[in-house]
Design a protein around this ligand. Sequence first.
Ligand SMILES: Nc1ncnc2c1ncn2[C@@H]1O[C@H](COP(=O)(O)OP(=O)(O)OP(=O)(O)O)[C@@H](O)[C@H]1O
Ligand SMILES: CC(C)(CO)[C@@H](O)C(=O)[O-]
Ligand code: BAL
Length: 287
Amino acid sequence: MIIFKYADQLARYIQQQKSAGKQIGFVPTMGALHSGHIALIDQSKKATAVTVCSIFVNPTQFNNPNDYQLYPKTIEPDIVKLEAAGCHALFLPAIAEMYPQGTSNLEQYDLGYLETLLEGKYRPGHFQGVCQVMNRLLTMVLPHKLFMGQKDYQQCMVVSRLLQLMKSPAELIACPTLREADGLAMSSRNMRLSPENRQKATTIYKCLTLIKQESNQGTTWPVVKEKATKMLTDAGFSIDYVELADAHTLQPATATMATIYQGPRVALVAAFLGDVRLIDNMLLNEA
Ligand SMILES: Nc1ncnc2c1ncn2[C@@H]1O[C@H](COP(=O)(O)OP(=O)(O)OP(=O)(O)O)[C@@H](O)[C@H]1O
Ligand SMILES: CC(C)(CO)[C@@H](O)C(=O)[O-]
Ligand code: BAL
């Protein structure tokens, strides 16, 4: 695996690969890699000839300075995992490489209502930061295919919108969420949970499973939401949201949506255990 710190060197490598007729797959990450990230590398390797991964903890997408300071960094084991997965190239830029003019007064993107609900509502400015870094990364890597995780469901929708705004021909492939044996969605922030909270964290998965079962059996959304909320608060979570939404638009459920709406629906949760914020989601219509 070749490691690049500088965008011009990465661009030269990409250009060489493209001149040789190779398709480029791209897996952007913030590091502290786990099997969910490696599954994205595997998908990219199956679909394209050259897989590029980036590791960059992007300061502009953190609305909470403490969360940024405490974001896990495990670069040496990350490199070992990427080597073992057969990743071809790793882009490991410094902040100045991504933001040579600094991080103030950056460009803004028209993300419409996506920015005012769920993650957009609870993490002000977060999706602008995601677009700022993804625009730069996509312009440097110019991938044919972009692999991202459904765990960050709304982020996939935002990046899809960004690709439209950038008129990028890259194809976004949203990959399924990898889970631990007890159902907890793999996430770099799981490393920050105390052993006790790590056990409690599986309640998010149990809660999403309950929402899916009860909704598919015809229980109305307000009733299901109350049960799910109680499960989480009883386990010690402080909740940002427990929502049911149209899986295509993310518009929230009406009181009866769970029982009368026949289109695809997704349940989404964001909640804190201590100072660790976890998110997860589940499609209701899938087997
Ligand atoms: N469990 C998972 N299964 C599949 N893809 C995942 C999983 N977790 C993260 N990803 C995807 O990996 C990419 C990089 O995510 P990131 O580096 O932020 O890791 P993360 O585990 O989501 O971290 P955190 O949840 O702490 O932000 C994103 O596209 C994300 O959706
Ligand atoms: C897409 C991303 C790498 C942008 O920093 C980040 O939001 C993430 O890891 O999901
Ligand atoms: N995985 C999403 C990136 C973030 O939480 O900032």
